[in-house]
Structure formats: structure tokens, C-alpha cells
Write a protein that binds this ligand. Structure first.
Ligand code: 13P
Length: 251
């Protein structure tokens, strides 16, 4: 049976003290709950070690928002997958559209990052999604297929078990414009079909596929009720413990 997951992606927000307070509040809120989903916090590199100290890692997972495409060496300013793993983080978010768009991350580069992350023992939350232009041109499936197959379809079945997919239509990110639950379900079902064709029905059915893009307490329930939507990757609404918990408890 696949896991439901609600993961926060703080992006480039909060100072370390603010982030520690937020993490404490989430940890406190989930501590004594019997939740129907796993909870993960995706935080800036600078916050990983401090956040790790204030969460119960068995209750709250910890993700970096990126890692380098090299393991070590003369790459000033970069942070590698083994460095992320050494903080105690257990996940890394890769392929976010903001990384693809603003920092020119290609499918090929992401393939390398995925390999290094898995090698370092991290689980990968791999993002994919189309722009509004691509949607209007009827290219949603082509874009998704290319992003997923070029960065992930070289993996073995064993490696695939450490992959979580996040479908994040770019036009829905930070815009307040959520995909309708039917629009999201349609793409999620397509993604699961792609996975089944490559890795077989059982692995496809065990893969967690998250939705991201203006997900909030008021729309999470309807999204999560869809058969192929297994949770969310949450940006803005993950910055307030109460809003984030409103989404976590939507399951
Ligand atoms: P918002 O929830 O702010 O739209 O961001 C979604 C996102 O990009 C999560 O990775």
C-alpha cells in the first residue's frame, strides 16, 4: 500500500530561528496525533541541522530543497547529497520548476542529482509539471513524460521504491490558481500509467504521487479524495503551522 504524504516546501523563506520555531510548532502538532499521512518539512540548507534537532524524525521527515550534481570538490556555493544526508535529513526535493526555470536545471542534470541523492541514502521527491503555455498547446502529457522518463526511467526497481513524484503545474504555483481536482487527477492517473509501463503495476500502485500548486486547507480535502492523489507538496501554506496542519489533517 502506498503512503500518503504531506510535505512542506519552505522555499527561500524564514531565518534559522524562525524556521526552528515553525518546525517546533509542526512537530508539537503532529506528536500526539494518529495521522493518516506522513509529514515532511522541506527547508533551506542552512536550516537542516537546526531543524533536525527539534523534530522527532520518526514523526516528521526532513527534506533539503535541492542538492548538487557532484558529490564534493571545487564547486563553490554548492551543497552535495552526502552533505544533506549527514545532517540527518532523509529526503531531497529535486526538479522543482523554480530550479528548472531560474537555474536552468535540465532533465539530464536532474538524472545525475537523482543518482547521487539515492546513492547518499536520500529519498527523492521529484517534481514535474507543465507551464500554462504548454497546457494550452495540449502538451501536458508530452512534458510530463519527458521530465519523468529522462530523469528517472534509468533507475532499477529497487531504486524506484525511494522515489516520490510531485505533480506541480507551474501555472498553479504561488498563483492562488489551483488545478481542479479533476485536472490534477487526470495527470496523476497518467503519471501512474507511465510508471506502470516502465516498472510494472505493483510498483506503480505503490508510488506516492503528490499534488502541488496553491494547495491549502480549503481545497486539500477535495484534492486528496481523488484516487491517484496521495497528498501534497505545499509552498505558501507550509509557512504557517496552522495552515500546514489544516492540510495534514485533510486526510
Ligand atoms: P504554493 O503552494 O505556494 O503554490 O507552492 C507550491 C510549490 O511550489 C511546492 O513545491
Amino acid at each position: 500500500m502506498r503512503k500518503n504524504i504531506v510535505a512542506g516546501n519552505w522555499k527561500m523563506n524564514t531565518t534559522v530561528p524562525e524556521g526552528v520555531e515553525l518546525a517546533k510548532a509542526v512537530n508539537e502538532a503532529v506528536k500526539n496525533e494518529q495521522l493518516k499521512c506522513d509529514v515532511i518539512l522541506g527547508v533551506p540548507f542552512t536550516h537542516l541541522t537546526a531543524v533536525k534537532q527539534v523534530i522527532d524524525i520518526n514523526k516528521v521527515g526532513l527534506a533539503a530543497e535541492n542538492c548538487a550534481d557532484h558529490n564534493s570538490g571545487a564547486y563553490t556555493g554548492e551543497v552535495s547529497a552526502p552533505m544533506v544526508a549527514s545532517t540527518g535529513a532523509n529526503y531531497v526535493i529535486l526538479g522543482h520548476s523554480e530550479r528548472r526555470g531560474y537555474y536552468n536545471e535540465s532533465n539530464q542534470m536532474l538524472k545525475t542529482k537523482v543518482d547521487l541523492a539515492l546513492e547518499a541514502g536520500l529519498k527523492v521527491i521529484f517534481c514535474c509539471g507543465e507551464s500554462l503555455e504548454e497546457r494550452e498547446a495540449g502538451k501536458v502529457q508530452d512534458v510530463i513524460k519527458q521530465e519523468i522518463s529522462e530523469s528517472l526511467f534509468h533507475l532499477s526497481n529497487e531504486q524506484w521504491a525511494n522515489i516520490v513524484i510531485a505533480y506541480e503545474p507551474i501555472w498553479a504555483i504561488g498563483t492562488g490558481k489551483t488545478a481542479t481536482s479533476d485536472q490534477a487527477q487526470e495527470v496523476h492517473a497518467f503519471i501512474r500509467k507511465l510508471i506502470a509501463e516502465r516498472f510494472g503495476d505493483e510498483l506503480a500502485s505503490n508510488t506516492t504521487i503528490l499534488y502541488g500548486g496553491s494547495c491549502k486547507p480549503s481545497n486539500a480535502k477535495e484534492l486528496f479524495a481523488k484516487p491517484d492523489i496521495d497528498g501534497g507538496l505545499i509552498g505558501g501554506a507550509s509557512l504557517k503551522a496552522q495552515d500546514f496542519m489544516g492540510i495534514v489533517t485533510a486526510f
